[in-house]
Design a protein around this ligand. Structure first.
Ligand SMILES: Nc1ncnc2c1ncn2[C@@H]1O[C@H](COP(=O)(O)OP(=O)(O)OP(=O)(O)O)[C@@H](O)[C@H]1O
Ligand SMILES: [Mn+2]
Length: 542
């Protein structure tokens, strides 16, 4: 029997408008097949076709993946095909982890014992966090392993596969066979980046926090230093280093576009987004990295390695090459080797799952002197409402969700957001790049809420969850504290200082107040996305 992997957009996004034969002759010398022949199910053929690449192999289909390496990755060629036969993500991966990490895991277990009256658990049990999900069709998944194609030439083999359970469900939810990052990719749908209840999420964060670092190179794109880290089993993560102490508040005279990126903001943003019920930020974990053994000694990136030096007090430092803050004056330093970093799960490669980047209508001017249009025109939302894609569907409401998230964490740097091209305009918005959040706790930035204030529109489900989070039993600051403690790095130091955590409650009150003010002056403020569900969510015991 045969299984087909078929990534529709492959040839398109590779810009291989060349003929098939030309593509074949160009690509084949570049192919590196990495296949563990001790595992069952060897590959017996490979097809390049107009619609992409498909692979057929003998059963059981315990795992095949095809990956295209970005230009700035460690791949030895432009195109790599990886074939995961099975379970190379070994369960004893912890044994790879350092002693230090083991200690951290110990610390985390200690924390888990305090369960029983967990506000976080109570929150996630609430019906508002367990809404019926729309049934997903084939094209609602970002990546699908096609098993029903070529049905006619399969015949009885197809039946056989079904009997043995090798249907789509097996491919996408069999937690045993794929490494966690791959299961994460296969779980991305039109409406959310991950399912909060998917047990793979914990495995994915554990994987990021403990797997051996195989490679570290600078990631191009963006303005500040970040590294692309690679792990065994081809997992990858985006690393942002710690640059300033936890308690440092951003200088009030610095413009938002001059602010440093914060590793803990990336981590905290992931937790906050999940607590709001959005699930639109790729999982991010904190980790201590040894800058010498896990970056300097293994990197193949000379532009990076030549920026290493030892500071006057004997710490190993580097600064890399980038537009902002990549100089001797702004070093990233270990103590003497250990450095706190954030590691964000990488989304599927752009060649497999292209994304579209959208300029935010409420983007700041990124100028010291100019105001943006939205700052000058109180009726700005009327213009936005008439402009595609905001004139149709839920896009405006999604931007308002994003503004609420950004206001709570005081992120002024949301110049763009992204969507997966495959899903067109009917899809969730990715909230990437949160490094400039949580800069100041003593001040709120009201202008971040402008989309909500000017449009006076919000999803009912979002509003109800915000109200829930303002109640003592689910208080946002408390669930945030509890959620952040799950990160291994919390064993080193709390990921957010208390003033940042309590600022969340204050800002949440402001959001609710803005909605109330809207309701006093407008009808139609609340968009009822819960219509048709039989439960009365307002009446839930709280
Ligand atoms: N988890 C991720 N997986 C894949 N790509 C990502 C991920 N996070 C960010 N990116 C991509 O990398 C680019 C740069 O990342 P990021 O925006 O965090 O860096 P930055 O230096 O802050 O950028 P900028 O200066 O433009 O704000 C983003 O535009 C995004 O497309
Ligand atoms: Mn940024």
């Amino acid at each position: 029997s045969k299984d087909y992997l078929d990534f529709k957009y492959l040839s398109l996004s590779l810009s291989l408008s060349l003929s098939l034969s030309l593509s074949l002759s160009l690509l084949l010398p570049l192919l590196f097949l990495q296949h563990d022949t001790t595992e069952p199910g060897s590959i017996h053929s490979l097809h390049l076709s107009g619609s992409g690449v498909s692979v057929s192999r003998s059963p059981p289909p315990s795992g095949i993946f095809l990956s295209l390496c970005p230009p700035d990755s460690l791949c030895p060629s432009h195109l790599l095909l990886f074939f995961h036969s099975t379970n190379r993500y070994s369960k004893d991966s912890i044994s790879d982890a350092t002693e230090r990490e083991k200690k951290l895991i110990g610390a985390r277990k200690g924390i888990q014992k305090v369960k029983g009256h967990s506000k976080l658990e109570a929150l996630f049990k609430h019906p508002l966090y367990n809404l019926p999900r729309p049934e997903l069709q084939d094209d609602d998944w970002l990546l699908r392993v096609k098993t029903n194609e070529h049905k006619s030439d399969r015949g009885s083999e197809e039946e056989e596969m079904k009997e043995e359970g090798y249907d789509k469900v097996t491919w996408t939810s069999d937690v045993e066979t794929h490494p966690p990052w791959l299961r994460f990719h296969l779980g991305i749908s039109r409406w959310e980046l991950y399912n909060r209840k998917d047990p793979n999420l914990a495995q994915l964060t554990h994987y990021l926090a403990t797997q051996r670092v195989l490679g570290a190179v600078q990631k191009t794109g963006g303005t500040q230093l970040k590294l692309l880290i690679s792990f065994p089993n081809y997992g990858k993560a985006l690393l942002k280093p710690m640059k300033q102490s936890r308690d440092a508040e951003t200088d009030a005279n610095l413009f938002y576009f001059s602010d440093f990126e914060r590793h803990n903001a990336e981590i905290a943003a992931f937790h906050l987004d999940r607590l709001l019920g959005f699930n639109r930020i790729p999982p991010v974990v904190g980790r201590l990295i040894n800058v010498t053994s896990e970056i300097r000694e293994i990197t193949t990136d000379h532009r990076l390695s030549r920026t290493f030096f030892t500071s006057p007090v004997g710490n190993v430092c580097f600064y890399g090459q980038c537009e902002y803050y990549c100089s001797t004056e702004h070093p990233v330093c270990g103590q003497p080797h250990a450095l706190e970093v954030s590691l964000a799960t990488m989304l599927p490669d752009l060649a497999i799952a292209p994304r579209r980047s959208w300029r935010s209508p409420w983007r700041r001017s990124y100028s010291r002197s100019k105001l943006a249009q939205w700052e000058k025109d109180p009726a700005y939302c009327d213009t936005v409402k008439q402009t595609p894609p905001y004139n149709h569907g839920n896009r405006l409401l999604d931007v308002i969700d994003m503004a609420v998230l950004d206001f709570l964490m005081s992120n002024m740097d949301r110049h763009h957001y992204e969507t997966f091209e495959k899903f067109g305009n009917e899809t969730f918005l990715l909230h990437l790049d949160n490094g400039r959040a949580f800069g100041r706790h003593s001040r709120d930035e009201p202008s971040i809420l402008t989309p909500l204030k000017q449009c006076c529109r919000i999803y009912r489900s979002t509003l109800l969850r915000l109200r829930l989070l303002s109640l003592p039993d689910f208080r946002l600051s408390d669930v945030m504290r509890e959620s952040l403690v799950q990160d291994l790095l919390a064993g080193v130091a709390p990921l957010l200082s208390e003033p940042h955590i309590s600022a969340l409650d204050r800002r949440l009150e402001t959001v609710l107040q803005v909605v109330q003010d809207c309701q006093e002056h407008h009808t139609d403020v609340i968009y009822d996305d819960l219509e048709g569900y039989d439960q009365d969510y307002d009446q839930q015991p709280i």
